[in-house]
Design a protein around this ligand. Sequence first.
Ligand code: DQA
Length: 155
Amino acid sequence: MAIEPSVLILNGPNLNMLGVREPSIYGSETLDDVEALCQERAEALGLSVDFRQSNHEGELVSWIQQARTDHDAIIINAGAYTHTSVAILDALTLAELPVVEVHLSNIYRREAFRHHSYISAVAKGVICGFGSQGYLMALDAIARLVETEYTSDRN
Ligand code: DQA
């Protein structure tokens, strides 16, 4: 039996506070709710999901390094590190895996400092502004990527 492609879904700082954190921007769902939605969609798509959150940049970097050998794709909502972290950009680059960047909010409708993302430079694509649905769109995109391009050519 074939092993399911494994997707690492990473969440950065303050995303553990979803549900209580600025609900007018981020909605009322908790991160556990988002994970449950992702697990359900992944199962339907024939993917396995490893869903994690950290408030620490170094921990996220270590997890991305590990993904190089342990996972087939990465979905990342790096939270505020999106706009600041060259270390996460470097880790994603060396992982050599398909990356989809997700944001719950539409970062381009918000403060100017949120308009630049270090992660976009290595992402296959970016989804923002659709709340938790964005994670599901990212899983759909990854399923298509691993099924077509990724199976024949990792780039
Ligand atoms: C966010 C947008 C970031 O600007 C912010 O710092 C977050 C969440 C989002 O999901 O909309 O923490 O990544």
